[in-house]
Design a protein around this ligand. Structure first.
Ligand SMILES: O=P(O)(O)OC[C@@H](O)[C@@H](O)c1c[nH]c2ccccc12
Length: 389
């Protein structure tokens, strides 16, 4: 049985004063900008609070707007679920409330506990982004972007590396830690690692910016960009809000990751448009056939990453890349001239040859090269030869 985790009375609101409502009480708006959960208690508390200052007509309009917002939120969650997206968005104020007479109480494990690590990361990101947005509003970011140096051609660099060496172009990842592997490198100097990767023949770099789970940062991204590293940079983030794309752009990103397990199609479409506007490449990441099919239905995608790691369970299986590129899917990818990136769990020249054979033109590698005392030499070990020549 689930535990009772809080119990309190609500001043001014008794169960009798709450009109019945057809919507489930624990439904939350998805958008982080609308942080107020429109449960009936809040909804009517807002009304009560406003009633002496707002005219009845205005109040009615505002109520109608709140109900509409609630419905739109419900619709968005339903759309995500219908696309097979299992990752739910964070309930803004914890577990849903229940009422017995004048008492409110909350139950544990009732939609308030993340079901897996990806969901936990996304819920934490929701809070982080709301806070950062407050400090740096979009309008301010847009001003900075007006004077920002141009982006570098991420896709072009991968294509050039692939046709030059006849091997998958390498996106080398600046990665200090991960939730599945813990700390990968103790003495971690992001700029030094980035320079070693560049010297070792990487076509592009990936820089983790998530702090809590991957011990990365936007400062790392900015420092690598400002250190004169020429490889185009992928901002490796959990993007849930377009604001993050603008922020990545001002911190020096040339490309950004969009994870299909987290984002509904409409969000991916919208974010790809923003990327194009800002001169960024979008690497759209999939893990299974369903996500691949969704993404193949979206116009304008140039780069698809196949993650061999399941972000919900951490299981790694490099045959996933092969599986997702077989048959009609592979055909469609070739027709559309999409560059596929094989991601995660690649350690040996055999691994690289295996995913190349499966059809990738690029690979994204972290652990196996970042762990080496000289990450540049790690690249030589990964490919079985010096690719910097
Ligand atoms: O360290 P690896 O197994 O070589 O994996 C690198 C990269 O693929 C992995 O870090 C990654 C792929 N997709 C992600 C999404 C979020 C965070 C991390 C990732």
């Amino acid at each position: 049985m689930e535990g009772l985790i809080s119990l309190k009375t609500t001043p001014g609101i008794s169960s009798q004063s709450i009109p019945s409502f057809n919507h489930p009480p624990n439904f939350f708006l998805r958008r982080s900008s609308m942080d107020l959960p429109l449960r009936r208690s809040n909804f009517f508390a807002i009304r009560a609070h406003q009633s002496d200052t707002v005219s009845p007509k205005k109040e009615e309009d505002e109520d109608a707007l709140k109900v509409k917002e609630w419905e739109v939120g419900m619709f968005q969650n339903e759309v995500a679920a219908s696309q097979g997206i299992r990752i739910r968005r964070r309930p803004p104020t914890g577990p849903p409330l229940h009422y017995v007479g004048p008492f409110e109480f909350r139950l544990q494990n009732e939609g308030n506990t993340p079901r897996n690590i990806l969901e936990e990361i996304v819920w934490h990101k929701d809070m982080e982004v709301s806070e950062m947005k407050g400090k740096k509003p979009l309008a301010a970011l847009k001003k900075v972007i007006e004077n920002a140096p141009p982006t570098r051609d991420f896709v072009g660099a991968l294509k050039a590396a692939h046709s030059r060496a006849g091997l998958p172009g390498l996106i080398a990842e600046v990665k200090k830690a991960s939730p599945s592997r813990g700390i990968l490198r103790e003495n971690f100097d992001p700029v030094e690692i980035a320079r070693a990767y560049e010297k070792g023949g990487a076509a592009c770099l990936s820089v983790l910016t998530d702090e809590k789970y991957f011990k990365g940062s936007f400062e790392n991204l900015e420092a690598i960009r400002n250190a004169g590293v020429k490889c185009p940079l992928l901002c490796k983030e959990f993007v849930i809000d377009a604001w993050q794309i603008y922020y990545a752009r001002i911190k020096g990103a040339d490309a950004i990751l969009l994870i299909a397990a987290v984002l509904p199609d409409l969000d991916i479409r919208y974010m790809i448009k923003i990327c194009k506007m800002l001169g960024l490449a979008a690497l759209v990441e999939v893990h299974d056939e369903r996500e691949m099919d969704r993404v193949l239905g979206i116009e304008g995608i140039e780069l698809i990453g196949i993650n061999n790691r399941n972000l919900e369970t951490f299981e790694v299986d490099i045959s996933n890349t092969k599986k997702l590129l077989e048959g009609e899917r592979g055909q469609m990818i070739r027709q559309k001239d999409i560059i596929v990136v094989g991601e995660s769990g690649l350690f040996t020249p055999d691994d690289v040859a295996y995913v190349q054979e499966a059809g990738v033109r690029a690979v994204l590698v972290g652990e196996s090269i970042v762990k080496q005392s000289d990450p540049g030499k790690g690249i030589t070990g990964l490919f079985g030869k010096d690719i910097s020549l």
